[in-house]
Design a binder for this molecule. Structure first.
Ligand code: OGA
Ligand code: MN
Length: 295
């Protein structure tokens, strides 16, 4: 079978594609990987249906797209993890596979995924692709929404683009969780989560287009008073997440969704948190800190 990609919605012909013609479980060829990479450069989000896979198969598939991240951004790095360090646990389950209690600190931390963000923007070298596999999904709700940050950049007024151009933001999970009032950190966590600098405007290597680089983890702009920085970032976030830039993915079991963190933000939407929601994420790293990448 050959790979075929079409837009998921004619409303947004250049954002979010539906890919058919491969089986992730069976492994893919170098040519398949190149075709997927081309599709990603155009659509930034690709949806594959009916991919029943193991974590190892998901990891092997992900490795085609670059060096792999480990799940060091998770709160729980200890031996009590439900999944291996190769996989980010995007679920509401504890290590026994039961739904976490409302006062479970890990559950509170994971609510950060309901804020618009780009994965691992809090790491020196942030992530390139995230690859999310739906293992068990609630009967309704719990969509994942994606915002097109290249289109959002293109639609900005030229004077705002100019203002953005050379700005450097600080990103940290202390900022994103702080927005939710999650402020009780251990000393070790604070030390581990110190802010890292990232460009506000990036040139997307695969398409040569400019993109905003926004994320709930961004909490300061170099050389600016905090309120100036925060209101500017808030306004940019409101601009970038307007309906015309957003694709909302309604999960079916065994969906696999790939997105490009260099040119999109995403967030989870509300669902009945007594129901199980279990997704597994593998994450491909970018090749350098954004300040080392040409604009
Ligand atoms: C992620 C994430 C959102 C969701 O996997 O990185 O933010 O809908 N997921 O679970
Ligand atoms: Mn995420």
């Amino acid at each position: 079978m050959t790979i075929y990609i079409k837009p998921i919605s004619l409303e947004r012909p250049d954002f979010a594609g539906l890919l058919s013609g491969i089986s992730v479980a069976n492994g893919i060829s170098k040519d398949d990987a190149a075709a997927i990479e081309d599709g990603m450069n155009h659509f930034a989000v690709l949806v594959l249906r009916d991919q029943q896979i193991t974590d190892d198969q998901q990891y092997a598939f992900s490795e085609h797209f670059g060096p792999m991240e480990q799940a060091t951004g998770d709160l729980d790095k200890s031996g009590t993890r439900r999944l291996s360090m190769k996989v980010n646990d995007i679920s509401n389950l504890d290590e026994d596979g039961t739904v976490m209690a409302i006062d479970d600190r890990r559950r509170q931390f994971s609510l950060g995924n309901r804020l618009w963000h780009s994965d691992s923007s809090f790491k020196q070298t942030p992530s390139k692709f995230s690859i999310l596999s739906a293992r068990d999904i609630p009967a309704s709700g719990g969509n994942t929404q994606f915002a097109d940050l290249r289109a959002a950049w293109d639609a900005l007024a030229p004077e705002i683009q100019k203002e953005c151009m050379d700005k450097i933001c600080d990103h940290s999970q202390l900022y994103s969780r702080g927005l939710l009032g999650f402020t009780e950190w251990t000393e070790a966590e604070v030390a581990f989560n110190q802010p890292v600098p990232q460009r506000l405007v990036r040139r997307h290597a695969g398409s040569d287009r400019l993109s905003l680089y926004l994320s709930a983890h961004a909490g300061a702009i170099h050389g600016q008073p905090m309120p100036e920085a925060r209101i500017f970032l808030r306004e940019l976030n409101e601009h970038a997440t307007q309906h015309q830039f957003v694709y909302s993915h309604e999960w079916q079991a065994s969906d696999l969704v790939i997105w490009d963190n260099r040119a999109t933000m995403h967030r989870a939407t509300r669902y009945d948190s007594e129901q199980v929601r279990d997704l597994h994420r593998t994450t491909v790293s970018d090749n350098a800190p954004t300040l080392q990448q040409p604009v």
